[in-house]
Structures are given as structure tokens and as C-alpha cells.
Design a protein around this ligand. Structure first.
Ligand SMILES: [Zn+2]
Length: 184
């Protein structure tokens, strides 16, 4: 029995290291991963995200982008949100890249928090996510907005996208663990 957090801890960018799982082979291939997620009936979009992230599978990443873009368009239309041409593309590309690459924050080493004396507090550079980000001005430039609009409109959208992609990954990993027979 294994939960998604444990499973996630075993993942590397080049496949899953399961050397310390009793009876496990040292490594699971992309094919094993796709097969296991298929057995567990994981939706294609979640599978593509997991394959893009853990198997560095570029075709899967393109597919994941396409699913993600459609998902976000539908979401913002439903919300009657406003955006300009190209901004959802930028949002999707940026958040998907962030979710699938190992761009680790250099200040906290990907932990998301720092230790000033006794108390752990959220890392200010990565805002607790452990990932390296483009700075606010680079992000504003990419989206073609000013800093105020970035703070007010786009940062909340980016945060929401992060949560949603984390959910996608979580669903994929739970399915993977189920398909591998690690949980029931
Ligand atoms: Zn950090």
C-alpha cells in the first residue's frame, strides 16, 4: 500500500526509482507507466501530464498542452473572465512548463521553505512552491500586462493553474499506483 505522496517522492525526471519497493524492479519504463495508468482507467489528459513530467516524453507534453489549453479556455469562458489574444497560450505554456520540469528554486533547494533560526517560513523567492520562476517583470512582459494587472488578475490565475495541475498529477499518480498494484 502506497499513497500518492510516497509515490511522488520516488519519481525522478527519468522514470520512477522503485529500488526500495519490495520485489520491485529498479526502474519503471514509460511504457510500464502508460500501461499501468491505462489499467486504472486514468483519463488521457492526466496520463499525458505524468508522462511529460516523469518520462520527459515530448509528444506527451504536446498532448498535455493541448488538453490543458482546452481545459483553461473552457474554464475562463465559464467564469466569463477577460483576456486578450495570446494570453491564455502564455499562461498554459508557462504553467505546464513549470509543472513538468524540475526547475528548482536555488534559494530553498526546492523545499519551499527556509529556516531563519527555529521557525520555518515560506521561501520568498519561489513563494513556497520550490520552483524557480521568471521574475514578475518577465512574467508581465510575457503576458503583455503591467505589474498591477499581473498582481491583480494574472497571479491569482497562475496560482489557480498550479493547483489544478497538481490535482491532475495527483490523479495520474494515484491511478499509476493502483495500476501497478501498489494500492487498492
Ligand atoms: Zn524557494
Amino acid at each position: 500500500m502506497i499513497d500518492a505522496a510516497e509515490l511522488m517522492a520516488m519519481m525522478t525526471a527519468h522514470g520512477i526509482q522503485i529500488g526500495h519497493v519490495p520485489g520491485g524492479r529498479p526502474k519503471i519504463t514509460a511504457l510500464d507507466m502508460a500501461g499501468a495508468m491505462g489499467i486504472a482507467h486514468v483519463e488521457t489528459r492526466y496520463q499525458m501530464l505524468a508522462l511529460a513530467k516523469y518520462c520527459l516524453d515530448d509528444p506527451a507534453k504536446h498532448q498535455a498542452w493541448s488538453f490543458w489549453f482546452q481545459d483553461r479556455l473552457a474554464h475562463y469562458r465559464e467564469q466569463r473572465a477577460e483576456w486578450k489574444r495570446g494570453q491564455i497560450d502564455v499562461l498554459c505554456s508557462y504553467t505546464l512548463e513549470e509543472a513538468t520540469s524540475a526547475n528548482v528554486c536555488t534559494r530553498c533547494d526546492g523545499v519551499g521553505s527556509v529556516l531563519p533560526g527555529e521557525l520555518r517560513r515560506e521561501c520568498g523567492r519561489c513563494r513556497g512552491t520550490g520552483k524557480a520562476y521568471p521574475g514578475d517583470s518577465a512574467m508581465a512582459r510575457l503576458l503583455g500586462v503591467d505589474r498591477r494587472c499581473l498582481e491583480k488578475v494574472w497571479q491569482p490565475r497562475i496560482a489557480e493553474c498550479r493547483r489544478e495541475l497538481q490535482r491532475w498529477e495527483y490523479v495520474a499518480l494515484l491511478g499509476l499506483a493502483t495500476g501497478l498494484g501498489w494500492r487498492h
